[in-house]
Design a protein around this ligand. Sequence first.
Ligand code: AP5
Ligand code: MG
Ligand code: ZN
Length: 213
Amino acid sequence: MNIVLFGAPGAGKGTQSQLLVERLKMVQISTGDLFRAAIKGKTELGQKAQSYMDKGELVPDSIVIGMVDEVLTRLNGNSFILDGFPRTRAQAEALGKILSQRSLEIGKAVFLEVPREELLQRLTGRRVCKSCGAVYHVNSKPPKIAGVCDLCGGEVIQRNDDREEVIVTRLKTYEENTLPLRDYYKELNKYVEVNGAQETEKVFSDVRSALKL
Ligand code: AP5
Ligand code: MG
Ligand code: ZN
């Protein structure tokens, strides 16, 4: 089953996606990771996205939708997770059209619910691998060797937009644009909610139960 995983910045979309990839062989499509890769590769797409990301604002719909459309043409038949897309009503509607053109569909949209205080702690303490994108946290999930990725040996760093002033803008952007998508997926009868403020493994088992996987 193809799913949308959505929720606030820091809700655990990347963390849960990583588990779904490792254990259920799903494919993760994270628009945030794709933009970060484009920035690293100094591509035109990266240049367009960077100024928005550094401020904690959304990259314009047309750019994101075009990118997702292209990625969806390169799928290998595995079920996919959309991590961080859609984030606006226009993106959600465009996704519906793109998928139906390819005779694909979203089975469920999983909303990870986490209170704001917890989000702030998670985002300020998050670290990520510069090479493979693996997600860590200074307190709750430090790499075995400080600064070194457990998975690939890459350098573990702080994300550019995990500074406090940018985090505040990201949360506001999320509340205004993405939170209303709960109603959109409720209307489509695809909405499921999981308490994201639990231990990672418990969240994962709740996600699996919600998806009946
Ligand atoms: P994106 O990269 O998607 O960032 P985000 O939505 O802000 O979400 P995060 O990646 O910060 O959080 P997450 O939910 O993945 O949490 P994680 O698992 O890492 O987007 C970045 C930017 O790109 C956007 O601001 C925008 O500019 C642009 N963009 C992307 N998509 C776009 C779109 N569709 N439209 C327009 N613009 C777009 O976890 C966070 C931390 O918490 C980690 O340290 C982790 O170890 C820890 N943690 C996770 N789960 C738990 C748990 N259960 N208990 C304790 N700690 C936990
Ligand atoms: Mg993420
Ligand atoms: Zn790594």
